[in-house]
Design a protein around this ligand. Structure first.
Ligand code: ZN
Length: 392
């Protein structure tokens, strides 16, 4: 193929959303679609952590974009052929592109601040569906993260220009810039005035004010360094708005106000734990009274059913009953078809009962000689029948 050089409009004008261009080459590819090369394009192919643009050429969806000839040629894939020599009208899905520019520029701002403050390098960048992530070769404290976020937003308020320049790698020797990889061809430097200079191929906003807001969502240790997740621009606003509405909903349902909601929540947690303690005490009292109604030295297995008892309650009651008899004491909690149980005995080897329950009732259970625990998916009547007729 003849080497075509595509003029990349997005390299100097990230806001160009429609353009006219001439078709230089059109050929059917192995998938039955058509690869188109234009003399110029505003379509950004994937690169620098940013996905490729979506949009249309003469109304046809651009399905894929790729680069060839060491990134000098951009190939657009469409469904139907377009004649060579034709002037086509290209249109970029600017909503998506602008959002990516906001987030990508925010990444440069944060990485520049982090490099100048702490000397850590950005070694990974991914623009995901829910958040964008940046990986650094160093560790941060919460205070440092807060500071980075504060300074990043300050850079937004200052509305400084984002400039682009091109130079050969050897011309860049005396320029200080960040770069993830060694670049052999022409360097495109993205400079955010006073904040960062970075080699990058992707479109960015023209001034930092266009970003609106930068929100760091979290950070965690990752491969010996740190992964920071963030959102910027409209995506950050939507995310923050979602959380705002959730907090508002909770606040309204508690008849509280948003400023006091954390204190209200802590107070509720305290009240809840007090209620739980009181409930446990009441339940223990109830089971103690209930246990006292069983005769001492009773000569029968004791089977007890309750719809909704906790494992702790079941164990508490079975232990009380085990003091009454050397036979089997079993507590089944749940409804027909789905019981949890705890069973114990001071006189019977419960591991044998466990085995019989597995064989006869397909229970899933296990434990020790004195006590077993498990679940069984059968009716209460089957359980009674097992203890009265099958077992002995
Ligand atoms: Zn970049």
């Amino acid at each position: 193929m003849e080497i075509f050089k595509t003029d990349k409009i997005y390299e100097t004008d990230g806001h160009c959303k429609n353009f006219e261009a001439e078709v230089l080459w059109c050929e059917e590819n192995s998938d039955g679609m058509f690869d188109i090369i234009l003399n110029r394009t505003a379509f950004f192919p994937e690169g620098g952590g940013q996905s490729s643009d979506e949009g249309t050429l003469d109304g046809q969806d651009v399905l894929f974009l790729r680069t060839e000839n060491n990134e000098t040629t951009i190939v657009h894939t469409v469904k139907n052929p377009i004649p060579v020599g034709k002037l086509v009208y290209g249109e970029i899905n600017m909503k998506e592109r602008f959002s990516r520019m906001q987030n990508h520029t925010a990444e440069h701002i944060c990485s520049g601040i982090i490099y100048s403050l702490y000397g850590f390098n950005n070694i990974g960048f991914h623009m995901g569906q829910d958040e964008i992530t940046m990986d650094f070769d160093g560790l941060f404290t919460q205070e440092q993260i807060n500071n980075i976020e504060f300074l990043a937003n300050e850079a937004v308020y200052k509305n400084v220009p984002v400039k682009f320049s091109f130079c050969k790698p050897n011309e860049a020797d005396n320029i200080s810039y960040r770069s993830k990889k060694k670049i052999e061809t022409t360097l495109r430097l993205v400079e955010i005035e006073g904040i960062d200079v970075c080699a990058c191929c992707a479109p960015h906003v023209s001034r930092t004010g266009e970003i609106g807001v930068i929100k760091i969502l979290g950070f965690q240790k990752y491969k010996g360094g740190t992964r920071i997740s963030l959102l910027a621009g409209e995506r950050a606003f939507n995310e923050l708005n979602k959380h705002f509405n959730n907090v508002k909903k909770i606040t309204n349902s508690l008849s509280s106000n948003m400023n006091d909601i954390c204190e209200r929540f802590e107070q509720m947690q305290k009240e809840l734990s007090e209620v739980k303690i009181a409930k446990t005490a009441a339940k223990q009292q109830y089971y103690s009274l209930l246990a006292s109604t069983y005769q001492d030295n009773c000569n029968d297995n004791i089977l007890f059913f309750d719809e909704n008892a906790t494992v702790e309650e079941m164990r508490f009651f079975v232990n009380l009953l085990m003091a009454k008899t050397t036979k089997i004491c079993a507590f089944f909690s749940g409804l027909d078809g789905n019981f949890k149980f705890i069973a114990g005995s001071t006189g019977v080897d419960m591991t044998k009962i466990s085995q019989a329950l597995r064989t006869e009732l397909h229970a899933s259970c296990g434990g020790k000689t004195q006590m077993i625990q498990g679940s069984v998916c059968t009716a209460a009547s089957e359980i009674y029948n097992f203890f009265e007729n099958v077992l002995f």
